[in-house]
Design a protein around this ligand. Structure first.
Ligand code: AMP
Length: 420
């Protein structure tokens, strides 16, 4: 395992093509982030790499830049351009993340004439994707739709140089193992595999040993070190009404610019967004049962600051990269302790500060304990003057291990799967 101490301090040191450098400057990236300083030279040098890096660390450019440089060199060599098959493939667990990665890629290639990116995700028409795939150098895809194209013979992966798995832990959570294996087989002659994951447990190790050859490991984040720029707080609530009062108090805080509120179920996201709207707070919901067009429209509204608050389920919110998000609220607790880390990573993007507030009721004490064990720290308990709970923090915590989720809260409400 390598835990690098990067010595690279400027993008110039990567010898990237001039038009890509111009895009980096236009994006205002003055220096590589630690993950970029470690991964870009490693990936350019070749070989398979496992990277443990947290979301918001700049990991997208860390895998896109080496891929784009390789594509650029292939284009310059003059043969096979436009290509009859892509050179680089990135797979992402969710449509939103794939679209975010594609938009980052497009921002990095603005000055490179002829370099083409295709996004291949579910929920968008096949005929449009067929057009996009023609002559694409870089393909960014979700596993299900990509496997559809592979099975139909609609994509040729014989020239692929690199395969990148972004958020591999989440792809495993979502049960994409078979799809990943099918993709692996369809491009088994590739020269490089990169695997990014926030967590690295035995299941990711197993996946890596299936897909990679003598991978080296770059370790940039452990659950303990994560999110030091995010102030985390735990607020106990006596009941749902009290919890809603706490949330409303926070939403009126003048330091709050934009927020993501996590709910446990799709039903709850819709209900809460409507309730907030009726209370005069500009809010919208986002979850996996919505048509993709609507999901995109809502994300766009968040990005353009037309809505202040997005109420989302875990999976739908994955990949949301909006720098103005100052606050994350856990209104319904996550199903899994790891999701807590992913959720709070929606704020504090690119080194900014953020605030993450977790609301919990008595029956949630055991989930709080699991989260605190996972992050290896205690989340400080805070209260709001005039809205203090009737029980003390100790009373709430004393129910640890005995509590069950209260009716209608995390894991129990509403008819849909929480992690859509
Ligand atoms: P990511 O972890 O790839 O989702 O990136 C998180 C955020 O950091 C995105 O908004 C990127 O645009 C931004 N970012 C990536 N690299 C840099 C950099 N070198 N300097 C400043 N911001 C960056």
């Amino acid at each position: 395992m390598t835990t690098p101490t990067p010595t690279i301090t400027s993008f110039e040191e990567f010898n990237l093509p001039e038009p890509i450098m111009a895009c980096i400057n236009a994006l205002g990236f003055t220096a590589p982030t630690p993950v970029q300083a470690a991964v870009i030279p490693a990936a350019m040098q070749g070989g398979d790499w496992i990277v443990s890096a947290q979301t918001g660390s700049g990991k997208t450019a860390a895998f896109l830049l080496p891929a784009l440089q390789h594509i650029w060199n292939s284009m310059r060599s003059g043969s096979n351009n436009p290509p009859d098959a892509p050179y680089a493939l990135v797979i992402c667990p969710t449509r939103e993340l794939a679209q975010q990665v594609a938009s980052d890629a497009i921002n990095l290639i603005k000055g490179t004439k002829g370099l083409r990116v295709a996004t291949v995700v579910g929920g968008t028409p096949y005929h449009k994707q067929r057009q996009d795939l023609k002559g694409a150098h870089l393909v960014i895809a979700t596993p299900g739709r990509l496997v559809d194209w592979i099975n139909q013979g609609g994509i040729n992966l014989s020239r692929l140089h690199s395969l990148t798995l972004d958020e591999a832990d989440r792809m495993l959570d979502l049960g994409f193992t078979d799809e990943i294996n099918a993709i692996h087989e369809a491009c088994e002659h590739r020269q490089q595999t990169l695997m990014f994951s926030a967590t690295f447990t035995s299941r990711e190790t197993r996946l890596a040993s299936n897909l990679m050859l003598n991978p080296q490991h770059i370790l940039l984040a452990s659950s303990k070190e994560k999110h030091t720029n995010i102030t985390q707080q735990l607020q106990w609530a006596d009941n749902s009404h009290h919890q809603h009062q706490l949330l409303k108090h926070w939403l009126q805080d003048e330091t709050m610019v934009q927020a993501v509120i996590f709910a446990s179920t799709q039903v709850e996201t819709d209900r809460l967004a409507k309730e907030l709207e009726s209370e005069g707070i500009s809010a919208a919901s986002l979850h996996g049962a919505m048509p993709q067009v609507l999901r995109n429209r809502r994300l766009d509204a968040l990005r353009k600051n037309r809505i202040k608050v997005l109420v989302a389920t875990d999976v739908a919110a994955r990949g949301i990269d909006v720098p103005n998000i100052t606050h994350v609220f856990n209104y319904g607790l996550p199903m899994k302790a790891e999701d807590y880390v992913h959720r709070i990573g929606r704020t504090g993007r690119a080194g900014r500060n953020g605030v993450a507030i977790t609301f919990a009721q008595r029956g949630d004490a055991f989930k709080i304990r699991d989260i605190e064990r996972y992050i290896e720290r205690t989340i400080p308990v805070t209260t709001i003057e005039g809205l203090e709970p009737q029980l003390s923090a100790e009373d709430f915590k004393r129910s640890q291990g005995r509590g069950k989720p209260a009716r209608g809260r995390a894991g129990s409400s509403g008819g849909y799967r929480g992690n859509d």
